[in-house]
Design a protein around this ligand. Sequence first.
Ligand SMILES: Nc1ncnc2c1ncn2[C@@H]1O[C@H](COP(=O)(O)OP(=O)(O)OP(=O)(O)O)[C@@H](O)[C@H]1O
Ligand SMILES: [Mg+2]
Length: 253
Amino acid sequence: MKKVIISARSLCKSFAHNGGQVHIIQNADIEIYEGDFTVIMGASGSGKSTMLYALSGMDRATSGEVLINGENITEMSERKLAYLRHTEFGFVFQQIHLVSNLSLFENVAVPGYLNKVLSVSEVNKRADELMEKVGISAIKNQLPSQCSGGEQQRCAIARALINSPSLVFADEPTGALNRRNTTEVLDLLTLSNREGQSILMVTHDLRAALRASRILYLEDGKIIGELPLPPYSEESEKSRETQVNSWLTSMQW
Ligand SMILES: Nc1ncnc2c1ncn2[C@@H]1O[C@H](COP(=O)(O)OP(=O)(O)OP(=O)(O)O)[C@@H](O)[C@H]1O
Ligand SMILES: [Mg+2]
């Protein structure tokens, strides 16, 4: 049986709006399993990013429980939660958020130095290996502004992996990329999942969703459908696309 990394029970998230409250996530129950490439889909505004932030502890739930490795983060101190985020999670966003005055190499290595689990030389070695893997070794001393969007996103993925996180969260990681860079980034995420990395990705890009081992569908802040899929392969992409498309149609996507 697969191990649960994150589970949420009766998760609710509301925002203050026009003097009242808007309820974005409403009593959602969700489980994310180790080794999965989980994708959350749903219409724009359905609460996908909100869900991701609540599950990762980047934002507090309004009510309900979020358990990470069995610990309830809704009751955790800010300090402990920040530590958990840095040590257990990696993050990749649509707006890439690299530190502009650090080189690509430094962007990847700094979270490793701060984590203090590996020595500086071990972090440097791992950063070099990850940069090699994502194909940006030749430009490792360049600043983000001197790199393409695809190169920057590959750097962000290497950075997300530096501390060997138990889960990588990705919110529309291909949203700002052209077709070729999208394929490269998806190939990287697929490869890292094949090597055992658990991933939770929010997307409304069908091509990105095809990489999933499990797709969850969010509507009005609730998970209303789930599609398990066999591991992705390029050869299976066409038949997978047909399957996912017809499932999404049944979800009224
Ligand atoms: N901080 C906030 N304050 C008030 N309302 C918010 C806040 N964050 C999100 N919302 C609202 O919550 C709803 C869901 O937002 P969310 O960003 O989670 O949607 P999404 O499914 O990720 O959409 P998209 O696909 O467009 O990224 C939206 O209507 C949004 O306006
Ligand atoms: Mg979003």
